[in-house]
Ligand binder design. Structure first.
Ligand code: PEP
Length: 246
């Protein structure tokens, strides 16, 4: 799976042009690659319509922690499902840092997504200071423990995990393939400790300055099952080149 997180970029018209460019070249991708684009909320409906039947999936970048009601400004998981959205990114480091989303809120968001039948892409990753003080395994374990490890097995089986070291997001600094594989293997082992053989099936994506020049090496690692791509997903050429490396 290769998913593009557009963050707060593009107008609707620009987004439609970008997804059109992807659709025109989707046949170049190897069989079996799931391509997901996660534009801003405003784009979901028109993009979903435009890409219907194209084989490209539409994802959102966030969803509400509650089901419905007096939550001004929020968009529920059910609303996402109603416009054909099949994925939602939950727990991106920018949401954790700028909007104070903690394990409690993220657990609620995950529950809402699963309830609505929208596949969550749950992001985890350590800050630079945590890696420098060699606390990265501890941090990753804690992020999984409080949210993912509390799920029942049938819900867990529907989740996608994205490992995104915060120091690599939008910085141009990628984790080396060895650094990424080490954490991915640790994530899988941690998941297997609770969910046993189900963990073998869990897609674990890598995210953090992934680009055409480093994607193949990252994707070749045993426990890296795809990528969550930020900046490079805004250029059709680069995003497709990354997906082709899968
Ligand atoms: C992201 O925002 O999820 C991300 C991985 O960004 P970038 O690829 O730009 O580092």
């Amino acid at each position: 799976m290769v998913a593009g997180n557009w963050k707060m970029n593009t107008t609707v018209a620009q987004g439609l042009a970008l997804s059109q460019a992807l659709m025109e070249r989707i046949s170049e991708l190897p069989q079996g690659v799931t391509l997901v684009v996660a534009p801003p909320f405003t784009h979901l409906f028109p993009l979903g319509k435009q890409m219907e039947g194209s084989g490209i999936e539409v994802g959102a970048q966030n969803c509400a922690a509650n089901q419905e009601g007096a939550y001004t400004g929020e968009v529920s998981a059910e609303m996402l499902a109603s416009v054909g959205c099949t994925y939602v990114i939950i727990g991106h480091s920018e949401r954790r840092t700028y909007y104070g989303e903690d394990d409690g809120v993220l657990t609620k968001k995950l529950t809402q997504a699963l309830r609505a039948g929208v596949t969550p892409i749950f992001c985890i990753g350590e800050q630079l200071r945590e890696r420098e003080s060699e606390r990265h395994f501890e941090v990753i374990h804690a992020q999984l423990k409080e949210v993912i490890l509390t799920l029942n097995p049938s819900d867990f089986a529907k989740v996608v995990i994205a490992y995104e070291p915060v120091w690599a997001i939008g910085t141009g600094k990628t984790a080396t393939a060895e650094q990424a594989q080490e954490i991915h293997a640790f994530i899988r082992k941690t998941l297997a400790g609770t969910f046993g053989a189900l963990a073998v099936q869990t897609p674990i994506l890598y995210g953090g300055s992934c680009k055409p020049s480093n994607a193949a090496e990252l994707f070749a690692q045993a426990d890296i099952d795809g990528g969550l791509i930020g900046g490079a997903s805004l250029q059709a050429e680069d995003f497709l080149a990354i997906a082709k490396a899968f």
